[in-house]
Write a protein of this length. Structure first.
Length: 386
């Protein structure tokens, strides 16, 4: 029997989408995995093949940031679209975003220079970097003559710039216009990355103008999810097209000049991230939704923001502490000791992030609907954590 009404559990966009916490969990664990082995150099000889494969795979963990970008673009665009005709559009959005993001972020900024006074702390953060990060310019500090002294903050700066600009785009443009703008960003970004490579830059960022297409792809997915074409069948087609396109482009990148290849691969990562988010949404609306609603990954998704903020600090503290108090545990060229460092850092960072989430962050989150301007709640698809 044909019907125009899609059952709630079959809709792409739903009031609660637990599979997105799983996606966040995957993304943060990928980033942690990457940083855990980022600078590790194994012994020159006698390294087993499986270890080399593991280390090579870990170096792709930075793609978790791209997954965050697509997810953020999807959720934020959805929230804005759902509230575009509601009163207090801007004040509600920025009030709620500030309560979600700023408390933990500014607490970290206060913590970073204080940690520099610990004698064994290998990382020292300048007041200049903290000051620029305070106004979300951490991703362009090198352009201002200040070294980027805490890497994870660059992606948060990119997202904050998105939060500043995108609400106006959603409010002033039609959906067709929004699609044109987002598609234009996706088409222009590879060429900007190519130019950056020619100038000696890095294709994956950290600059906002080199990292915007992941957010734009998420925005397009949000528009699709609220369109008349939003069906599971069409979503699967999009996922397959994105994956095939990314695989095909990766194949092309093997036979073109290096600078072009780097720009292409940077684009492919975003389309793989788009396909991943789309595939998880597709499974999440099926009878097999339990496969993408996993308690452990959802837990890491729940604390992902705090974990992202603090995880590099925990790795640094481990490095400094063992150098001073237990040199025998220093990583050196030992794969086992590197794994031990990662496990201890994950445990400590997870504990700190959880305490932050249920106490410090939750204290401010409870204020979300206390303001008169924020009193009218907007039905939004899942809680939007960065």
């Amino acid at each position: 029997m044909n019907t125009d009404i899609t059952p709630l559990e079959q809709r792409i966009v739903r009031p609660v989408m637990p599979e997105l916490d799983t996606t966040r969990g995957i993304a943060i664990l990928l980033v942690f995995w990457f940083h855990g082995f980022q600078y590790f150099v194994p012994a020159a000889t006698g390294v087993p093949a499986w270890e080399r494969i593991f280390l090579s795979a870990s170096q792709q963990g930075w793609s978790g940031v791209n997954l965050f970008f697509v997810l953020s673009g999807f959720l934020i665009t959805g929230i804005l679209l759902d509230s575009v005709n509601k009163p207090n559009y801007y004040s509600r959005f920025y009030y709620r975003r500030a309560l979600r993001i700023l408390p933990a972020y500014y607490l970290l900024l206060l913590l970073l220079p204080a940690l520099g006074h610990i004698t064994f702390m290998p990382r020292h953060t300048s007041i200049a970097f903290v000051g620029l990060s305070f106004i979300y310019l951490s991703n362009i500090t090198p352009l201002l003559g200040v070294p980027m002294q805490y890497g994870p903050l660059w992606s948060l700066a990119v997202e904050e710039h998105f939060y500043i600009l995108w609400p106006t785009a959603v409010r002033t443009l039609t959906k067709r216009g929004l699609i044109i703008v987002a598609t234009s960003i996706c088409l222009i970004e590879p060429f900007l990355r190519l130019y950056a490579v020619y100038r000696g830059g890095l294709w994956w960022g950290p600059y906002t103008w080199l990292s915007a297409d992941g957010l734009a792809l998420g925005g397009l997915l949000a528009v699709f999810g609220r369109s008349s074409h939003a069906s599971r069948a069409n979503l699967l087609k999009l996922v397959i097209l994105a994956a095939i396109g990314a695989i095909g482009a990766m194949a092309i990148s093997a036979v073109v000049p290096r600078s072009v290849a780097i720009a292409i691969r940077g684009t492919c990562v975003n389309y793989f991230a788009f396909a991943t988010v789309g595939a998880i949404l597709w499974v999440g609306t099926s009878a097999y939704r339990g496969l993408v609603d996993l308690r452990l990954l959802s837990f890491f998704g729940y604390i992902s923001y705090g974990l992202y903020l603090i995880h590099v600090v925990c790795l640094d503290l481990y490095n400094g502490a063992v150098e001073q108090f237990s040199p025998s545990l220093s990583v050196g060229t030992s794969f086992a000791k590197c794994c031990l460092r990662l496990l201890i850092a994950v445990g400590v960072a997870t504990g700190l992030a959880y305490v932050s989430r249920v106490s410090w962050e939750e204290f401010f989150l409870r204020m979300k609907d206390r303001s008169p301007k924020a009193a009218e709640r907007v039905a939004a698809p899942a809680q939007c954590n960065p």
